[in-house]
Design a binder for this molecule. Structure first.
Ligand code: ADP
Ligand code: MG
Length: 722
């Protein structure tokens, strides 16, 4: 069928001339030309002058104006890397850090990892000669643990600040402090020496605790003041400016083309179906041009990818074909780059993206945008202490960003898969993540940085007191904090070193005592990726039969261990560390296909596994395998995941122990189809279950034995409540 859209023309700005001469140039010349034509190129000199005059600057500009790729190069040319200093640019998303670094290395004509590099969790592509370093905001926070004054950086650019990820917000607070201390190190060098010596006596106030840690590490070296640049696509410069004491904001004028906004006449009961129809409608009725589709996550993207592939086969022989390119955050980095390649002739490119493509990555050639109107977001309930990912409607500003993607290089069209009346009901902007996530991991890091007074920390927007208290409580129960909420030794310090959810960190540390660290490493790696299992709609039964080989009556975590073990066996004798090796990849790919396992996800899990393994090796945790003694492993699971434990009720339902909430096994769980008699027979009743809300809507359940650790966890929780 076809969809009818009503039209509402929206002019985004004046129309500029299109310049297509570049086509005959060589690649490098073309890139140079492209760079020169970016709006930011016209203001290079003014920008460098603004940075010279202001230690703190806010830079606002339309997506695609050249902020992320060009500004660091301007700064480099402007002399900010003299004396071996580095320019650091933070991104909320890994994909952006990787793809942008690759692009900038190419623009500079250098090998990635030399002058231009990137560093993200589990992947460091930098060297001692790196001067322009892209990284995730979370990674810079980790660097601050080792180098509290961020002494190797002359400039730090916080990019995509409008995204307001929890790491960005924490980073802003921290950078404000670092900048203050570093400007003191230059202007009051002598004074500071004195303060440093006296800090034990003259700075007793609680609130100075965070400064104290900076002073402690202050080596007396003369550091240049830290330049800070906050970059943002949307127009909320005012909020940032106020937070930074009236900092100067500079706007880059964009050159957007008009974008026709089209709405559906009625609400769409199935937006995936509507997406598919719209893609093919554009393909058959509209001019050539890339289609960008906004979906909510990997699973959705992959299912639309398959549906398109099926439907393409039905197109007549002589019509233009469709080439699908997925982009989402956990996509392996080699595959992320596919979206930037032009489609071969005879193909129209369809990019299937999450909200990553709203602002983080700028893909050339987009003429059509399909906006489902939804986004996956973190959501936290401080009452239950449970965080989940839920699909919610976008905000107005997100919808505008999305439609704007169609008007970068020429007039475009945006198809919103909801009625126009719905648009006015959307929230103006997205709630900052810090107000809707579990804060345990961030608090752990702040504590490790010497910030003890979390409630008094200078957040741009304070999280609720209740969320802070709940997270402190969780950290205490996990053993990371002492009775007086200080970082415990050694557990708290060890946990802070691992770049993982504190529950996972705790599980790994415990697993070394339970002699099952090998198995826990597999589990944590598998829990860190989305959708391990996949089943095409028409092959569901076949898939289920294949999964039976792995599924464990004892629950999903053991099932995941089985899948992991089997997948590495398919790699043969080749070492897992070589999983990028093409020949190895082939065997694994085939195995995955035969077993209805998501190849991309398994590759990602293998990668994460080897990275975390590196971390625990460094921490000298004892890595042993429990072999077939899975009871040992299950004891360890119970001891680690007790925060999310649920108890089976006489009527077969489950009740979460900590909150008393009723919970339910998610259909994606291997335990879902089981009848109660099947799982209860081997155990004394009542049967204990562990629920791990890993990736909503995937609720993973572990059937666990009744172990004393489990009960102890429960008792502690009760004690604390009283
Ligand atoms: P901003 O940060 O202002 O949104 P960017 O610096 O990310 O803008 O992008 C500027 C331009 O560079 C884009 O419009 C796009 O044409 C080009 N570009 C960026 N990354 C790539 C890439 N990986 N491949 C090809 N072109 C790219
Ligand atoms: Mg950018």
């Amino acid at each position: 069928g076809t969809k009818n859209f009503s039209k509402n023309q929206q002019l985004n700005g004046r129309i500029a001339k299109n310049d297509n001469k570049a086509e005959s140039f060589t690649r490098r010349q073309r890139i140079l030309q492209q760079r020169k034509s970016l709006p930011i190129a016209e203001v290079e000199k003014q920008l460098i002058e603004e940075v010279r005059k202001n230690d703190m600057l806010i830079l606002v500009g339309e997506t695609g104006s050249g902020k992320t790729t060009q500004l660091p190069q301007f700064l480099f040319n402007g002399g900010y890397c003299r004396d071996g200093k580095t320019i650091g640019i933070t991104q909320p998303r890994r994909v952006a850090a990787v793809t942008v670094a690759k692009r900038v290395a190419e623009e500079c004509g250098v090998e990635l990892g030399q002058k231009v590099g990137y560093s993200i969790r589990f992947e460091d592509v930098t060297s001692s000669s790196t001067r322009i370093k892209y990284m995730t905001d979370g990674l810079l926070l980790r660097e601050a643990l080792l180098d509290p004054l961020l002494s190797k950086y002359s400039v730090i650019v916080v990019d995509e600040a409008h995204e307001r990820t929890v790491h960005t917000d924490v980073l802003l607070g921290l950078l404000k402090n670092v900048q203050k201390v570093r400007s003191q190190t230059t202007s009051q060098h002598a004074n500071l020496e004195k303060m440093k010596v006296n800090h034990g006596t003259s700075m007793k106030k609680e609130n100075d605790a965070q400064n104290l840690s900076f002073f402690k590490s202050y080596q007396g070296a003369k550091l240049p003041p830290l330049k800070l640049i906050i970059m943002s696509a949307s127009l909320d410069a005012k909020g940032f400016s106020e937070y930074f004491g009236g900092a100067r904001a500079v706007h880059i004028q964009g050159r957007p083309y008009p974008v026709d906004i089209l709405y559906t006449h009625h609400a769409e009961p199935d937006y995936l179906d509507a997406t598919l129809i719209t893609i093919f409608q554009i393909h058959s009725e509209e001019d050539p041009g890339v289609i960008l589709v906004f979906l909510t996550g990997q699973e959705e993207i992959e299912s639309v990818e398959r549906l398109i592939r099926d439907r393409v086969q039905q197109l007549p022989e002589d019509t233009q074909k469709l080439l699908t390119c997925p982009i989402f955050s956990s996509l392996p980095s080699e595959q992320q780059m596919h979206v930037f390649r032009p489609a071969p002739s005879g193909f129209r490119k369809v990019i299937l993206a999450t909200n990553i493509a709203e602002t983080s990555v700028t893909i050339p050639g987009i003429k059509y945008v399909i906006d489902t109107g939804f986004v996956k977001a973190r959501s936290y309930n401080p009452l239950t202490g449970i965080e989940s990912l839920i699909v919610i409607p976008t905000s107005k500003s997100q919808a505008l960003q999305r439609s704007g993607r169609a008007g970068r290089e020429g007039p475009g069209k945006c198809f919103r898969l909801y009625p126009e009346s719905e648009f006015s009901k959307l929230k103006d902007s997205t709630v900052p993540e810090i107000k809707r996530c579990n804060l345990s991991s961030v608090i752990l890091q702040l504590k490790a940085l010497g910030v003890d007074d979390i409630i008094g920390f200078d957040f741009m927007e304070k999280p609720s007191r209740m969320a802070i208290v709940k997270s402190l409580e969780q950290l205490f129960l996990l053993g990371a904090l002492t009775d007086d909420y200080k970082l415990s030794n050694p557990i708290g310090h060890q946990m802070a070193r691992l770049p993982l959810d504190p529950i996972y960190s705790r599980a790994l540390i415990l697993a070394s005592d339970f002699n099952c660290l090998e198995e826990m490493l597999m589990t944590v790696a598998m829990l860190s990726v989305e959708s391990i299992f996949y089943a095409p709609r028409d092959k569901l039964e076949e898939a289920r039969a294949a999964w039976k080989n792995f599924s464990s009556l004892e629950g999903d975590h053991l099932t995941l261990v089985n899948v992991y073990r089997a997948s590495t066996e398919s790699l043969g004798k080749t070492k897992v560390a070589n999983n990028r090796n093409k020949a190895t990849g082939k065997g694994l790919r085939k195995w995955c296909q035969e077993n209805f396992i998501n190849y991309r996800s398994v590759l990602h899990a293998l990668d994460i596994h080897s990275q975390i393994r590196g971390h625990v090796e460094q921490m000298s945790l004892r890595i042993a395998s429990c072999g077939d003694d899975m009871l040992q492993f299950r004891r360890c699971l119970a001891a680690s995941f007790f925060l999310n434990a649920a108890l089976k009720q006489p009527d077969g339902s489950y009740r979460a122990l900590a909150s008393g909430q009723m919970v339910q096994i998610h259909p994606s769980s291997m335990l879902f189809r089981m009848k109660p008699e099947d799982c209860g027979s081997n155990f004394d009743s009542p049967v204990h279950y562990h629920f791990l809300l890993a990736e909503e809507p995937t609720t993973l359940a572990v059937q666990s034995c009744q172990s004393f650790q489990f009960l102890k966890g429960e008792d502690t929780e009760k004690e604390l409540k009283i």
